[in-house]
Ligand binder design. Structure first.
Ligand code: PLP
Length: 358
Protein backbone atom coordinates (compact mmCIF):
# COMPACT_ATOMS: atom_id res chain seq x y z
CA UNK A 1 0.00 0.00 0.00
CA UNK A 2 3.14 2.09 0.33
CA UNK A 3 1.90 4.53 2.89
CA UNK A 4 4.51 6.25 5.00
CA UNK A 5 1.90 7.51 7.42
CA UNK A 6 2.45 5.29 10.41
CA UNK A 7 0.83 7.05 13.35
CA UNK A 8 -1.28 4.93 15.68
CA UNK A 9 -4.21 7.11 14.61
CA UNK A 10 -5.18 8.81 12.49
CA UNK A 11 -4.31 6.11 9.97
CA UNK A 12 -4.00 6.07 6.14
CA UNK A 13 -7.20 6.14 4.13
CA UNK A 14 -7.76 3.48 1.44
CA UNK A 15 -8.73 4.86 -2.00
CA UNK A 16 -12.23 3.37 -1.71
CA UNK A 17 -12.77 5.30 1.52
CA UNK A 18 -11.49 8.55 -0.01
CA UNK A 19 -13.73 8.05 -3.00
CA UNK A 20 -16.79 7.38 -0.86
CA UNK A 21 -16.34 10.79 0.72
CA UNK A 22 -16.87 12.49 -2.64
CA UNK A 23 -20.55 11.53 -2.62
CA UNK A 24 -23.09 14.33 -2.48
CA UNK A 25 -25.35 15.00 0.47
CA UNK A 26 -28.67 13.16 0.66
CA UNK A 27 -31.73 14.07 2.72
CA UNK A 28 -30.70 13.01 6.21
CA UNK A 29 -34.21 11.79 7.03
CA UNK A 30 -34.85 10.16 3.67
CA UNK A 31 -35.17 6.51 2.67
CA UNK A 32 -31.62 6.26 1.29
CA UNK A 33 -30.19 7.49 4.55
CA UNK A 34 -32.26 5.04 6.56
CA UNK A 35 -31.10 2.15 4.42
CA UNK A 36 -27.48 3.25 4.67
CA UNK A 37 -27.61 3.71 8.44
CA UNK A 38 -29.37 0.40 9.07
CA UNK A 39 -26.84 -1.42 6.94
CA UNK A 40 -23.97 0.29 8.76
CA UNK A 41 -25.40 -0.64 12.16
CA UNK A 42 -25.89 -4.29 11.18
CA UNK A 43 -22.37 -4.69 9.83
CA UNK A 44 -20.86 -2.87 12.81
CA UNK A 45 -22.60 -5.30 15.16
CA UNK A 46 -20.92 -8.15 13.33
CA UNK A 47 -17.49 -6.59 13.83
CA UNK A 48 -18.12 -6.32 17.58
CA UNK A 49 -19.63 -9.79 17.90
CA UNK A 50 -22.79 -8.44 19.46
CA UNK A 51 -26.52 -8.58 18.98
CA UNK A 52 -26.81 -5.45 21.13
CA UNK A 53 -27.13 -1.86 19.95
CA UNK A 54 -24.66 0.21 17.97
CA UNK A 55 -24.72 3.99 18.29
CA UNK A 56 -22.63 6.27 16.11
CA UNK A 57 -22.05 9.84 17.16
CA UNK A 58 -20.13 12.64 15.49
CA UNK A 59 -17.24 12.84 17.96
CA UNK A 60 -13.70 11.69 18.57
CA UNK A 61 -13.14 8.45 20.45
CA UNK A 62 -12.80 10.11 23.85
CA UNK A 63 -16.52 10.89 23.86
CA UNK A 64 -17.06 7.17 24.40
CA UNK A 65 -15.75 7.41 27.96
CA UNK A 66 -18.18 10.16 28.85
CA UNK A 67 -21.09 8.44 27.12
CA UNK A 68 -20.46 5.29 29.18
CA UNK A 69 -20.21 7.18 32.46
CA UNK A 70 -23.35 9.30 32.12
CA UNK A 71 -25.58 6.52 30.80
CA UNK A 72 -24.55 3.55 32.91
CA UNK A 73 -23.65 4.93 36.34
CA UNK A 74 -24.73 7.60 38.80
CA UNK A 75 -22.69 10.31 40.54
CA UNK A 76 -20.81 8.93 43.53
CA UNK A 77 -20.85 5.32 42.38
CA UNK A 78 -17.66 3.31 42.50
CA UNK A 79 -15.88 1.92 39.47
CA UNK A 80 -12.44 0.35 39.05
CA UNK A 81 -10.20 1.69 36.31
CA UNK A 82 -7.27 -0.44 35.17
CA UNK A 83 -4.39 1.88 34.30
CA UNK A 84 -1.26 0.80 32.47
CA UNK A 85 -0.68 3.79 30.22
CA UNK A 86 -1.82 7.22 29.16
CA UNK A 87 -5.25 6.17 27.89
CA UNK A 88 -5.99 4.34 31.13
CA UNK A 89 -5.09 7.61 32.89
CA UNK A 90 -7.50 9.55 30.71
CA UNK A 91 -10.30 7.07 31.31
CA UNK A 92 -9.72 7.57 35.04
CA UNK A 93 -9.71 11.35 34.65
CA UNK A 94 -13.04 11.35 32.80
CA UNK A 95 -14.69 9.22 35.49
CA UNK A 96 -13.43 11.51 38.22
CA UNK A 97 -14.43 14.67 36.36
CA UNK A 98 -17.98 13.35 36.15
CA UNK A 99 -18.16 12.58 39.85
CA UNK A 100 -17.62 8.83 39.93
CA UNK A 101 -15.43 7.32 42.62
CA UNK A 102 -12.74 5.78 40.45
CA UNK A 103 -10.52 3.25 42.17
CA UNK A 104 -7.18 2.80 40.42
CA UNK A 105 -5.77 -0.58 39.50
CA UNK A 106 -2.28 0.41 38.41
CA UNK A 107 0.12 -1.72 36.43
CA UNK A 108 3.55 -0.66 35.27
CA UNK A 109 3.52 0.92 31.81
CA UNK A 110 4.37 -1.77 29.27
CA UNK A 111 2.80 -4.52 31.37
CA UNK A 112 -0.66 -6.03 31.10
CA UNK A 113 -3.39 -6.00 33.70
CA UNK A 114 -3.71 -9.58 34.95
CA UNK A 115 -6.97 -11.35 35.78
CA UNK A 116 -5.58 -12.09 39.26
CA UNK A 117 -4.91 -8.42 39.97
CA UNK A 118 -8.39 -7.47 38.82
CA UNK A 119 -10.00 -10.21 40.92
CA UNK A 120 -8.09 -9.05 43.99
CA UNK A 121 -9.08 -5.42 43.42
CA UNK A 122 -12.73 -6.34 42.89
CA UNK A 123 -12.73 -8.52 46.00
CA UNK A 124 -11.22 -5.78 48.17
CA UNK A 125 -13.31 -2.84 46.91
CA UNK A 126 -16.83 -2.48 48.28
CA UNK A 127 -19.86 -1.86 46.10
CA UNK A 128 -18.22 -1.72 42.68
CA UNK A 129 -20.59 -1.01 39.80
CA UNK A 130 -18.26 -1.33 36.83
CA UNK A 131 -14.73 -1.81 35.55
CA UNK A 132 -13.12 0.48 33.00
CA UNK A 133 -10.66 -1.41 30.80
CA UNK A 134 -8.53 -0.33 27.87
CA UNK A 135 -8.30 -3.18 25.37
CA UNK A 136 -5.27 -1.95 23.48
CA UNK A 137 -3.17 0.63 25.34
CA UNK A 138 -1.94 2.78 22.47
CA UNK A 139 0.66 4.58 24.60
CA UNK A 140 2.56 1.39 25.45
CA UNK A 141 1.74 -1.09 22.68
CA UNK A 142 0.13 -3.54 25.10
CA UNK A 143 -3.05 -5.51 24.39
CA UNK A 144 -4.66 -6.37 27.69
CA UNK A 145 -6.20 -9.88 28.01
CA UNK A 146 -9.70 -8.52 27.72
CA UNK A 147 -11.50 -11.85 27.46
CA UNK A 148 -10.04 -13.07 30.77
CA UNK A 149 -10.52 -9.69 32.44
CA UNK A 150 -14.16 -9.57 31.38
CA UNK A 151 -14.68 -13.06 32.72
CA UNK A 152 -13.33 -12.01 36.14
CA UNK A 153 -15.59 -8.97 36.14
CA UNK A 154 -18.55 -11.25 35.39
CA UNK A 155 -17.80 -13.22 38.56
CA UNK A 156 -18.58 -10.00 40.45
CA UNK A 157 -21.50 -9.07 38.24
CA UNK A 158 -20.21 -5.58 37.43
CA UNK A 159 -20.47 -3.81 34.08
CA UNK A 160 -17.50 -4.27 31.76
CA UNK A 161 -16.72 -1.02 29.97
CA UNK A 162 -14.06 -1.32 27.28
CA UNK A 163 -12.10 1.32 25.39
CA UNK A 164 -11.32 -0.43 22.11
CA UNK A 165 -10.36 2.74 20.27
CA UNK A 166 -7.13 1.32 18.84
CA UNK A 167 -8.25 -2.31 18.59
CA UNK A 168 -11.77 -2.46 17.15
CA UNK A 169 -11.58 -3.75 13.56
CA UNK A 170 -7.91 -4.71 14.03
CA UNK A 171 -7.89 -7.07 16.99
CA UNK A 172 -10.71 -9.49 17.67
CA UNK A 173 -13.32 -8.47 20.18
CA UNK A 174 -16.30 -10.75 20.85
CA UNK A 175 -18.54 -8.68 23.00
CA UNK A 176 -21.38 -11.10 23.67
CA UNK A 177 -19.24 -14.21 23.91
CA UNK A 178 -16.74 -12.65 26.30
CA UNK A 179 -19.29 -10.91 28.53
CA UNK A 180 -18.39 -7.33 27.62
CA UNK A 181 -21.13 -4.75 28.15
CA UNK A 182 -19.88 -1.67 26.35
CA UNK A 183 -17.26 -1.11 23.68
CA UNK A 184 -16.22 2.27 22.29
CA UNK A 185 -13.97 3.16 19.39
CA UNK A 186 -13.08 5.96 17.00
CA UNK A 187 -13.19 6.01 13.22
CA UNK A 188 -9.58 7.13 12.71
CA UNK A 189 -7.79 4.04 14.00
CA UNK A 190 -8.19 0.47 12.73
CA UNK A 191 -11.46 1.46 11.04
CA UNK A 192 -9.27 3.23 8.43
CA UNK A 193 -11.58 6.24 8.25
CA UNK A 194 -10.99 9.92 8.88
CA UNK A 195 -11.44 11.15 12.45
CA UNK A 196 -14.98 12.22 13.26
CA UNK A 197 -17.20 9.43 14.52
CA UNK A 198 -17.34 7.55 17.80
CA UNK A 199 -18.78 4.06 17.64
CA UNK A 200 -20.40 2.70 20.82
CA UNK A 201 -21.62 -0.89 21.17
CA UNK A 202 -24.10 -1.31 23.99
CA UNK A 203 -24.99 -4.74 25.34
CA UNK A 204 -28.19 -5.97 26.98
CA UNK A 205 -27.02 -5.60 30.60
CA UNK A 206 -26.52 -1.89 29.99
CA UNK A 207 -30.22 -1.15 29.84
CA UNK A 208 -31.17 -1.79 33.49
CA UNK A 209 -28.12 0.29 34.41
CA UNK A 210 -29.29 3.02 32.05
CA UNK A 211 -32.71 3.02 33.71
CA UNK A 212 -31.10 3.44 37.14
CA UNK A 213 -28.63 6.14 36.16
CA UNK A 214 -29.38 9.59 37.59
CA UNK A 215 -26.94 11.58 35.45
CA UNK A 216 -28.38 14.46 33.51
CA UNK A 217 -27.60 14.13 29.84
CA UNK A 218 -28.80 15.31 26.48
CA UNK A 219 -26.49 14.62 23.54
CA UNK A 220 -24.95 11.44 24.92
CA UNK A 221 -28.22 9.68 25.53
CA UNK A 222 -28.41 5.94 24.80
CA UNK A 223 -32.20 5.97 25.05
CA UNK A 224 -32.64 8.67 22.43
CA UNK A 225 -30.11 6.97 20.17
CA UNK A 226 -31.90 3.64 20.50
CA UNK A 227 -35.28 5.11 19.69
CA UNK A 228 -33.93 6.89 16.63
CA UNK A 229 -31.92 3.85 15.48
CA UNK A 230 -35.10 1.77 15.46
CA UNK A 231 -36.23 4.14 12.69
CA UNK A 232 -32.87 4.00 10.91
CA UNK A 233 -32.10 7.49 12.13
CA UNK A 234 -30.09 9.56 14.60
CA UNK A 235 -31.53 12.18 17.00
CA UNK A 236 -29.46 14.95 15.35
CA UNK A 237 -28.01 15.41 11.86
CA UNK A 238 -25.79 12.40 11.09
CA UNK A 239 -22.18 13.00 9.98
CA UNK A 240 -22.96 11.99 6.41
CA UNK A 241 -19.54 12.17 4.82
CA UNK A 242 -17.85 10.22 7.59
CA UNK A 243 -20.63 7.66 7.41
CA UNK A 244 -20.00 7.24 3.67
CA UNK A 245 -16.38 6.57 4.55
CA UNK A 246 -17.35 4.14 7.30
CA UNK A 247 -19.70 2.31 4.96
CA UNK A 248 -16.89 1.82 2.44
CA UNK A 249 -14.50 0.69 5.18
CA UNK A 250 -17.03 -1.85 6.47
CA UNK A 251 -17.33 -3.23 2.94
CA UNK A 252 -13.57 -3.63 2.78
CA UNK A 253 -13.36 -5.28 6.20
CA UNK A 254 -16.15 -7.74 5.55
CA UNK A 255 -15.01 -8.62 2.05
CA UNK A 256 -11.48 -9.31 3.33
CA UNK A 257 -13.14 -11.31 6.11
CA UNK A 258 -12.78 -10.48 9.80
CA UNK A 259 -10.64 -13.53 10.49
CA UNK A 260 -8.26 -12.50 7.74
CA UNK A 261 -8.25 -8.89 8.98
CA UNK A 262 -7.17 -10.06 12.45
CA UNK A 263 -4.63 -12.48 11.01
CA UNK A 264 -3.16 -9.72 8.84
CA UNK A 265 -2.78 -7.47 11.87
CA UNK A 266 -1.16 -10.29 13.83
CA UNK A 267 1.32 -10.83 11.00
CA UNK A 268 2.08 -7.10 10.77
CA UNK A 269 2.68 -6.89 14.51
CA UNK A 270 4.99 -9.90 14.43
CA UNK A 271 6.89 -8.50 11.44
CA UNK A 272 7.36 -5.10 13.08
CA UNK A 273 8.55 -6.56 16.37
CA UNK A 274 10.93 -9.08 14.81
CA UNK A 275 12.36 -6.44 12.48
CA UNK A 276 12.93 -3.94 15.27
CA UNK A 277 14.63 -6.53 17.45
CA UNK A 278 16.84 -7.59 14.56
CA UNK A 279 18.10 -4.01 14.46
CA UNK A 280 19.04 -4.27 18.13
CA UNK A 281 16.11 -2.16 19.30
CA UNK A 282 14.11 -3.20 22.33
CA UNK A 283 10.37 -3.34 22.56
CA UNK A 284 8.57 -1.57 25.36
CA UNK A 285 5.65 -3.96 25.81
CA UNK A 286 5.72 -7.28 27.62
CA UNK A 287 6.15 -9.66 24.64
CA UNK A 288 3.32 -11.88 25.89
CA UNK A 289 0.89 -8.97 25.43
CA UNK A 290 2.42 -7.13 22.49
CA UNK A 291 -0.12 -5.25 20.41
CA UNK A 292 -0.82 -6.11 16.79
CA UNK A 293 -1.94 -2.58 15.94
CA UNK A 294 0.87 -0.46 17.42
CA UNK A 295 4.47 -1.16 18.39
CA UNK A 296 6.29 0.94 20.99
CA UNK A 297 10.06 0.84 20.54
CA UNK A 298 12.49 2.03 23.19
CA UNK A 299 14.96 4.58 21.87
CA UNK A 300 18.08 4.70 24.04
CA UNK A 301 19.52 7.99 25.29
CA UNK A 302 16.22 9.88 25.17
CA UNK A 303 16.55 10.24 21.41
CA UNK A 304 13.00 9.34 20.44
CA UNK A 305 12.14 12.75 19.04
CA UNK A 306 15.44 12.89 17.12
CA UNK A 307 14.65 9.51 15.56
CA UNK A 308 11.12 10.60 14.81
CA UNK A 309 12.43 13.72 13.06
CA UNK A 310 14.97 11.82 10.98
CA UNK A 311 12.36 9.28 9.88
CA UNK A 312 10.29 12.21 8.64
CA UNK A 313 13.10 14.32 7.14
CA UNK A 314 15.07 11.54 5.48
CA UNK A 315 12.34 9.05 4.61
CA UNK A 316 9.04 10.92 4.73
CA UNK A 317 7.75 8.54 7.39
CA UNK A 318 5.45 9.74 10.17
CA UNK A 319 5.58 7.86 13.46
CA UNK A 320 4.50 8.96 16.94
CA UNK A 321 6.77 9.51 19.89
CA UNK A 322 5.84 8.41 23.40
CA UNK A 323 3.09 9.89 25.55
CA UNK A 324 3.54 11.59 28.94
CA UNK A 325 6.81 10.59 30.68
CA UNK A 326 7.79 8.32 27.76
CA UNK A 327 7.78 11.21 25.24
CA UNK A 328 11.57 11.20 24.75
CA UNK A 329 12.04 7.47 25.15
CA UNK A 330 9.64 5.75 22.77
CA UNK A 331 8.63 5.84 19.18
CA UNK A 332 5.31 4.24 18.34
CA UNK A 333 4.66 2.77 14.93
CA UNK A 334 1.05 2.27 13.94
CA UNK A 335 0.16 -0.76 11.82
CA UNK A 336 -3.59 -0.76 11.99
CA UNK A 337 -6.24 -0.45 9.33
CA UNK A 338 -4.99 -0.04 5.80
CA UNK A 339 -1.52 -1.55 6.14
CA UNK A 340 0.43 -4.43 4.63
CA UNK A 341 3.83 -6.10 4.90
CA UNK A 342 5.48 -3.71 2.44
CA UNK A 343 4.45 -0.76 4.59
CA UNK A 344 6.28 -2.32 7.53
CA UNK A 345 9.32 -3.04 5.33
CA UNK A 346 9.51 0.67 4.48
CA UNK A 347 9.75 1.57 8.17
CA UNK A 348 12.23 -1.18 8.99
CA UNK A 349 14.49 -0.23 6.06
CA UNK A 350 14.51 3.39 7.21
CA UNK A 351 15.26 2.39 10.80
CA UNK A 352 18.12 0.19 9.57
CA UNK A 353 19.65 3.23 7.90
CA UNK A 354 19.16 5.70 10.74
CA UNK A 355 19.65 3.71 13.92
CA UNK A 356 23.43 3.06 13.55
CA UNK A 357 24.09 6.81 13.26
CA UNK A 358 21.54 8.12 15.74
C1 PLP B 1 -6.82 7.38 20.27
C2 PLP B 1 -7.33 6.77 21.51
C3 PLP B 1 -8.31 7.40 22.31
C4 PLP B 1 -8.81 8.78 22.08
O1 PLP B 1 -9.36 8.97 20.88
P1 PLP B 1 -9.67 10.44 20.33
O2 PLP B 1 -10.30 10.09 19.04
O3 PLP B 1 -8.37 11.15 20.20
O4 PLP B 1 -10.58 11.10 21.27
C5 PLP B 1 -8.79 6.72 23.41
N1 PLP B 1 -8.32 5.52 23.75
C6 PLP B 1 -7.36 4.89 23.05
C7 PLP B 1 -6.89 3.56 23.49
C8 PLP B 1 -6.84 5.49 21.90
O5 PLP B 1 -5.88 4.88 21.19
Amino acid sequence: MHSRFRLPGPTPLPPAVMEAMQKPMIPHRGADMKALYRSILDRTKAVHGTSGDIFIWPASGSAGWEAAAVNLFSPGETVICAIGGDFGERFHRVGKALGLVVERLDVEWGQAVTPEALREKLASTPDVKGVFLVHNETSTGVTHPIEQLASVAREFDVLVIVDAVSSAAGIQIEMDLWGIDYVMSGSQKAWMCPPGIMIAAVGERCWPAYERSTYKRFFWNFGAMREAAAEGATPTTPPLTTLYAFDAALDMLLSEGLEQVYARHAALGAQMRAGAEQLGLSLFADPAYASNTVTAITVPGGKAKALQKRLKDEHGIDVANGQAHTADHLIRVGHMGWCDAEDIEIVLDALAEIVPTL
